[in-house]
Design a binder for this molecule. Structure first.
Ligand code: SF4
Ligand code: SF4
Length: 431
C-alpha cells in the first residue's frame, strides 16, 4: 500500500492549557563549555571565583565563529563537571553554586528608548553576536551570521510552527510574550532593513493571532502580519514554513536570504528583545517533560543550566524505570539518550519519555511510502540499500545530503525500518 503521509498525531491538545510550573532553582547550575556547533571552548573563571548573573564566564569556539558563555545565576564557581549533551555525548560544564541572590553583572543594564532608537543595523547585529543568540528551533545556528548580510531582505519570518509532536514550549512563550516577540521581530527587521515581518504558527491556535494582532498595534511604523498555516509535518522546517506562509519555493540547498527572506524562531526573537532592551543574555526557557513514560507531564519555565533529573523528580519520576525511552527534543527529530543526566540548555525544548515498544524490523515490502512521504523528494529506501552496499557513488547520486532528518520515512514504514538512522549513516559515509 503506497501512502503519502503528511499528518501525524502531535499530542498537543491536552498539553495546550497545562499550567507552567514555578520551579525553585537548583543549588547547582551547569553551563556547557562546548555544544552542537562549537566542539571547543574555554573558560575565563576558576573554582572559587564569585560571579554575577549575566557575567561572561567563557567562550565556545565554532568552526568560523565564537560564542560567549554567560552565567545564569550569581554565586560561586565550584569546578568543571561532565554532563550529557543533547547529542548524547558528554561535555564539560562549568558548575556554579547558586547563591539565590540573582545579582546582575554590571554590564547587564537596560537601554533607554533613546539609546534603542539610535542603534544602527551594525549595532543590532553586534548585539546578536555578543548575547550569543542562536537559532532555538533546533539548529543552534548563530543568529548574527544570518543577519550580517548586505543582500536585500524583503521578509523576516518569526517561526512559531513547532511541528514536532509533544513540544509546546514555543507555544507557551508566544501565549505569554507576544508583545516582546513582536518587539524582537522589529529589531531583527531593523538590522537588515526588511520591509515586512510575518509571525507564522499553526492555524489551530487562533488565540495567538489575537495576541499578536494586539501587539502589532504598538508598532504602527512596521508592516507586520500573522500567517496561520495548516497542521502537517514538517511545517516547521524553514523551507516549508516559507512556502506555506509566503507561497515562495526556496530550493533545498539555497540560502533563504538569496530569496530575500530570513527566518528566526520566535524564542530566538524573544532572546533578541531581552538582549536589546536589557543587555541580558538568555537566562530562562520553557521546557516540557512529556510522554506516556512519565508519571505526571509538566511544563516548566526554568533556568538554563538546570539538571533535567530535578525536573523528572518534580514529575513524579518514570512509569517504568526499566523500559523507558528518553528523547531530548521531539520523537521525530530528537536524540535518544541513555541517561537523564543532562541539563537544560538554550536549545533544549523538552524531554519526551516513552514506554519502550520493541519493534522487530521486517524486510522492505517495496510499498514506496517512504519515497512518497519524503518532504525533500529523495528515495530513502534506495539510499538504505546503497548504504548497505557501502556504495558511495550511488548514495551521492541519490542526494542524501538533502535529507533534513525529519523522521517521516521511519514513521511511515510498515516494516518498521529505521530509515532515518540509515540516512544519518549514509551521510556520514559520504562526508
Ligand atoms: S528523514 Fe530524510 S529521507 Fe526520511 S523523510 Fe525525512 S527528509 Fe526524507
Ligand atoms: S523501506 Fe519501508 S516504507 Fe520504504 S518501501 Fe520499504 S517497506 Fe515501504
Amino acid at each position: 500500500m503506497t501512502e503519502k503521509t503528511r499528518c501525524i498525531p502531535d499530542f498537543k491538545e491536552m498539553r495546550r492549557d497545562m499550567l507552567v510550573e514555578e520551579v525553585k532553582d537548583p543549588k547547582y547550575i551547569y553551563i556547557p563549555i562546548t555544544d552542537l556547533r562549537c566542539p571547543k571552548g574555554d573558560t575565563c573563571v576558576a573554582p572559587g571565583d564569585e560571579i554575577k548573573m549575566g557575567q561572561l564566564i567563557g567562550t565556545r569556539h565554532g568552526g568560523f565563529f565564537d560564542q560567549p558563555i554567560y552565567s545564569t545565576v550569581s554565586g560561586k564557581v565550584v569546578g568543571i563537571e561532565q554532563k550529557l549533551h543533547g547529542l548524547g555525548s558528554k561535555v564539560e560544564c562549568i558548575k556554579i553554586e547558586n547563591d539565590f541572590k540573582y545579582e546582575l553583572h554590571e554590564n547587564v543594564k537596560p537601554r533607554t528608548e533613546k539609546e534603542i532608537k539610535k542603534l544602527t543595523k551594525k549595532d543590532l547585529v553586534e548585539i546578536m553576536e555578543k548575547a550569543g543568540l542562536v537559532g532555538l528551533g533546533g539548529g543552534a545556528f548563530p543568529m548574527f551570521i544570518k543577519y550580517k548580510t548586505d543582500k536585500p531582505v524583503e521578509y523576516v519570518l518569526a517561526n512559531g510552527v513547532e511541528c514536532e509532536p509533544y513540544i509546546i514550549s514555543d507555544y507557551q512563550l508566544m501565549k505569554s510574550h507576544a508583545r516582546e516577540i513582536t518587539e524582537g521581530l522589529v529589531y531583527a527587521m531593523r538590522s537588515v532593513d526588511a520591509k515586512k515581518g510575518v509571525v507564522v504558527f499553526k492555524e489551530k491556535y487562533p488565540e495567538l493571532a489575537v495576541k499578536f494582532n494586539e501587539a502589532f498595534k504598538d508598532f504602527p511604523d512596521y508592516d507586520l502580519e500573522v500567517k496561520m498555516i495548516k497542521c502537517f509535518y514538517p511545517q516547521g522546517w524553514e523551507l516549508q514554513t516559507i512556502k506555506s506562509a509566503l507561497g515562495i519555493k526556496v530550493p533545498v540547498g539555497d540560502l533563504t536570504v538569496d530569496h530575500g527572506i530570513i527566518v528566526s524562531n520566535t524564542s530566538t526573537l524573544y532572546g533578541l528583545y531581552n538582549a536589546v532592551t536589557q543587555r541580558l543574555p538568555m537566562m530562562l526557557r520553557y521546557f516540557s517533560v512529556a510522554g506516556n513514560g512519565i508519571k505526571e507531564e509538566k511544563n516548566f519555565y526554568v533556568r538554563i543550566g538546570t539538571p533535567v533529573k530535578d525536573l523528572v523528580e518534580m514529575c513524579g519520576g518514570y512509569r517504568d524505570e526499566e523500559n523507558k525511552v528518553l528523547i531530548i527534543g521531539g520523537p521525530m527529530m530528537g536524540t535518544n539518550l541513555t541517561s537523564d543526566d543532562f541539563i537544560v540548555s538554550q536549545t533544549t525544548t523538552s524531554l519526551v519519555v516513552l514506554n519502550e515498544e520493541k519493534f522487530v524490523e521486517e524486510p522492505c515490502v517495496n510499498c514506496a511510502s517512504c519515497v512518497y512521504s519524503c518532504p525533500v523528494n529523495i528515495q530513502p529506501v534506495q539510499i538504505m540499500r546503497a548504504y548497505k552496499q557501502k556504495d558511495k557513488d550511488v548514495i551521492n547520486s541519490l542526494e542524501v545530503n538533502k535529507c533534513i532528518e525529519c523522521g517521516l520515512c521511519s514513521y511511515v514504514c510498515p516494516s518498521k525500518i529505521h530509515l532515518t538512522e540509515y540516512m544519518r549513516l549514509a551521510k556520514a559515509l559520504v562526508k
